[in-house]
Design a binder for this molecule. Structure first.
Ligand code: HEM
Length: 477
């Protein structure tokens, strides 16, 4: 039986009405503001009233999962339409303690969530929280995510929120996000690589689009003809909702009350440093030919700048590369993609195989990150020296059922030096060398090289995105 949800089925309506948007499907708007909020002591009732006002009454900002799907559909049908402001709220363990005292917090059982991100600093090799940006050093209770197509209207909405909370809370910091696109219109991160290609899929219509984009013929598993070998499912992104959703324990009577654990990390990127080191690596690997121009970077990330997986070709430019995700790594073989390449480290694509198909493993998260910071240069112009060294980066965000088994597991793997540290996000011993195979497709000869760290954490927190019924009833208890 398919684990996927039919977004049009009436049977799924209560589930989608019961969760906040952005969890099962990205809100998709290009301008965002993460507003981090600290409540002053002795204003619990006001804080609860405000949380309730986000979902009921004329000023309600938050969209349910169902309402968000409707607005995504409208946008698809008519991109001229204004689908309006999107909002969703996230509460930290400190926030739950503020609202209810110590008792209820423990019902949200995820241990890293309960302790907060600062307590995980040693485990994750994060910089000392005392060195984080001051707005993240503060005790954060809530994070309201606002998103809009229009930047000016987003700014006006943030002003309104500021006014609404000023009697009981302070904004500790605002992280502004802004989508970055390459010349083909695909979303990229600041190093210039297409991002957001590989995601778990929860809906039937997403799967149909995915099959088309990846030229997958569903029944093709038995195809014997060599020419059709690329139409077989090699990596299956289909996922059950439980990969990211857990029952909201603070709304126990409602069978449709689901929430999701949420990770926020502000990751600064030193783009110039990364590009310089990428060029040095190309030298170490002896790359001179035009064909190898992008290969050093693609070996670090796992994909070329246009999204082409290095496991499939030594050059960029594969058809539909910005969408191409139907590939697996050859087990035990690093001749094409190094074991420590970012996409391989964070999702090695090995796991249980059902009917010959490798199903999405249970470590991946629904990634919802967006770049931050302004650029005056073209990220893909091939010029190293006009690239920024700071003030730009990724607002990493992810939804998962378990912060311990998903985000923290993946970050810990990225830090692991045994097969080489993840050159993009690894934190720890950066002198540790990883193995590279300079001849694409051949395991010999090999070269070993280290790679310095160019992604640095500026602060973050763990949250829970509560159910709609929790928010609708919060002012009562
Ligand atoms: C500034 C920091 C980061 C940059 C520049 C970055 C960049 C990228 C890029 C370019 C891709 C390939 C596009 C795609 O397959 O979707 C990717 C994939 C991915 N990243 Fe990151 N990333 C960053 C942070 C993180 C963090 C903190 C994690 C988790 C701890 C993470 C986990 C993943 C995962 C799971 C994938 C998909 C791998 C796959 O399924 O093939 N990334 N990242």
């Amino acid at each position: 039986m398919s684990v996927l949800l039919d977004p049009h089925s009436l049977a799924n309506r209560p589930l989608l009405d019961g969760i906040q948007g952005n969890i099962l499907k990205s809100h998709g708007r290009p301008h965002t503001a993460n507003v981090f909020i600290h409540c002053r002591p002795n204003h619990v009732d006001e804080a609860k009233t405000w949380l309730h006002s986000l979902v009921e009454g004329e000023d309600a900002l938050i969209q349910s999962g169902y309402a968000q799907l409707r607005s995504n559909l409208l946008w698809k049908e008519n991109q001229a339409i204004d689908t309006g402001l999107f909002a969703c709220i996230h509460i930290s363990a400190a926030g739950y303690r503020y609202l209810f005292g110590d008792g209820k917090n423990t019902e949200l059982a995820d241990k890293p969530f309960q302790r907060g991100m600062k307590a995980s600093a040693a485990l994750l090799n994060d910089p000392d929280p005392e060195s984080w940006e001051s707005g993240f050093q503060a005790e954060i209770h809530f994070m309201l995510l606002l998103a809009y197509t229009h930047k000016d209207l987003l700014e006006a909405s943030v002003d309104n929120v500021n006014r609404a909370i000023q009697s009981f809370a302070d904004v500790t910091t605002i992280a502004w996000g802004c989508a970055l696109k390459n010349a083909e219109g695909a979303g990229i991160e600041h190093f210039g690589y297409v991002d957001g290609i590989s995601q778990p899929l929860f809906f039937e219509d997403e799967w149909e689009t995915y099959k088309k984009n990846n030229n997958i013929k569903d029944e093709a598993r038995d195809i014997k003809d060599e020419k059709d070998k690329d139409t077989i499912i090699k990596f299956d992104p289909r996922a059950a909702k439980e990969l990211v959703l857990v029952k909201d324990p603070l709304s126990p009577k409602d069978p449709n009350a689901w929430g999701s654990y949420f990770v926020f990390r502000k990751l600064e990127q030193n783009v110039k440093g990364f590009k310089q080191e990428e060029a040095i690596l190309a030298g170490i690997l002896g790359f001179r030919e035009e064909d190898d121009k992008e290969r050093a970077g693609a070996m670090l990330v796992g994909r070329a700048e246009d999204g082409s997986p290095i496991e499939l070709d030594k050059k960029p430019g594969l058809i539909n590369s910005a969408l191409l995700n139907n590939f697996a790594y050859q087990s035990g073989n690093n001749a094409k993609c190094p074991f420590h390449g970012h996409t391989r480290k964070t999702n090695p694509r090995v796991g249980p195989v059902e009917e010959g198909v490798q199903v999405a493993n249970n470590r991946v998260m629904a990634r919802r990150g967006i770049p931050y910071g302004n650029r005056t240069d073209d990220p893909n112009d091939g010029n190293i020296y006009n690239k920024p060294t700071d003030k730009v980066g990724l607002l990493f965000m992810s939804y998962q059922a378990s912060i311990k088994d998903q985000f923290e597991f993946v970050q810990t793997q990225a830090n692991d030096t045994q097969e080489g540290i993840d050159p993009v996000i690894g934190q720890g011993d950066r002198s540790a060398k990883g193995v590279f195979c300079p001849e694409w497709g051949l395991t010999e000869p090999t070269k070993k090289a280290s790679f310095a760290q160019f992604v640095n954490l500026k602060g973050g927190e763990y949250f829970f995105a509560p159910s709609m019924s929790f928010l609708k009833n919060i002012h009562k208890g």
